[in-house]
Write a protein that binds this ligand. Sequence first.
Ligand code: FES
Length: 253
Amino acid sequence: MNDASVTIVQNTEHSPTFRELSFTWDASLGRPRAGQFLELRLPGTTAPLLRRPFAFSAYDEENQTASFVYEVRGTTTQLLSTMEPGMPLQILGPLGNMFHAKTKGVIAVGGGIGLGPILYAAHQLSPHHDLTLVTGYRSQESIPYSLYTPSCPPSICTDDGSAGVKGNVVEYLESLPQERFRDTTILACGPHPMLAALASFSNAVGCTCLVSMEEMMACGIGACMGCVIDRTDGTKARVCKEGPIFNSGEVVW
Ligand code: FES
């Protein structure tokens, strides 16, 4: 983990909802893994005052670039959407733990802004696992088709049925045969209600579920205690330091 100045390589709109920002990566920072995040402070600005976390969505070792996917909603991301290649960014990272799976099967589930780290996890794990990628959206117009790669074709769910399967990602999983969950790990990143529903679902079908918890993370290094969650054993955990990836059974929903 290091504080570093990086340079924007691309800032691409993939749909009216999703953009992807790619930037130079220095190998001395260490290889960013799926599930890990960075803390970003926009240089030359006082807004936002605090750093903001963004999870890695890709890493290109050959070209030494890394990326994250973001939704334009709020001051930071509006400012980010106006930044151009060549401009500097101040980052701290890579931070946190990573997605992993000890099972043959993996079902990677992303909803909303949880899409980026799930795409990265799917990309990293697909060569070694029987992988299903499931992503959920409100409607067709928000789907960033160009973020998908042929090696990880997605099952797409939309709330209004305008693309893919009508319904949410949990309903989609419920429609799959029970055998699909044997020797399988669910990896998930997305809105809190989606993660809570997946925790309950995985418990019912008897498979492991690892969730990426999203909290506001001001410091990212375990110092401010602003990202604390309750664990089922009565202890507390800092999402930035002990997470952001947790076994869903550990988390008080
Ligand atoms: Fe400060 Fe986690 S963000 S302790």
